[in-house]
Design a protein around this ligand. Structure first.
Ligand SMILES: Cc1cc2nc3c(=O)[nH]c(=O)nc-3n(C[C@H](O)[C@H](O)[C@H](O)COP(=O)(O)O)c2cc1C
Length: 167
């Protein structure tokens, strides 16, 4: 895994919702990788504590949710989308999305949260930097592998020339 970073340090918000705590673990792990990769101003925040202003203030939005209720977002994320950020303008904002799930609950809607969040950010003008991180079952065994590798890919994008034109 690479942790080298050549671009400037960016203000990153890692936003998440969780019911059982798995998504919080992933959010913290992502933030740790991004900080170690040169982005010291990376904040982790729950949707319940987040305002439109928080999202507007960040240069990069990393947003995650587990999947619940047959292919829906976490209930807190649903409330956040419907009540807080419904009309948000993300035009040009670099974004990355992560979703959690478990095929034992609904094989037909596995990790649908990643699709829903991607549709939301892109539908509001956000720019997806990389394909979503998708995690099935408990994330603990993949924090050092899948999650770290995804972060390395994201760090590469954040160091790229095109990010300078977006932020
Ligand atoms: C009642 C219930 C419904 C779920 N529905 C789905 C689903 O439709 N699709 C899916 O991929 N995972 C589903 N899951 C799995 C969760 O997304 C997964 O356990 C996730 O890690 C939970 O994250 P959290 O601990 O951050 O809340 C469901 C879990 C529960 C308990």
């Amino acid at each position: 895994m690479t942790e080298t970073h050549t671009g400037r340090s960016l203000k990153i918000l890692v936003l998440y919702a969780t019911t059982g705590g798995n998504t919080a673990l992933v959010a913290e792990a992502i933030a740790g990788n991004l900080r170690r990769g040169g982005h010291g101003d990376t904040t982790v925040q729950r949707v319940e504590q987040t305002t439109v202003g928080d999202i507007e203030a960040c240069e990069v939005l990393v947003w995650g949710s587990p999947t619940y209720g047959h292919g829906q977002l976490d209930p807190r994320a649903i409330a956040f989308v419907q009540k807080v950020v419904r009309g948000i303008d993300l035009r040009g904002k670099p974004c990355a999305v992560f979703g959690l799930g478990d095929p034992k609950y609904d094989r037909d809607h596995n990790i649908e949260s990643a699709v829903i969040l991607t549709d939301f950010v892109e539908g509001h003008g956000g720019v997806s930097l990389i394909p979503p991180l998708k995690i099935n079952r408990t994330p603990v065994p993949v924090l050092q592998t899948l999650v770290a590798d995804w972060c390395a890919g994201l760090l590469e994008k954040l160091a790229g020339d095109d990010i300078q034109t977006l932020t």
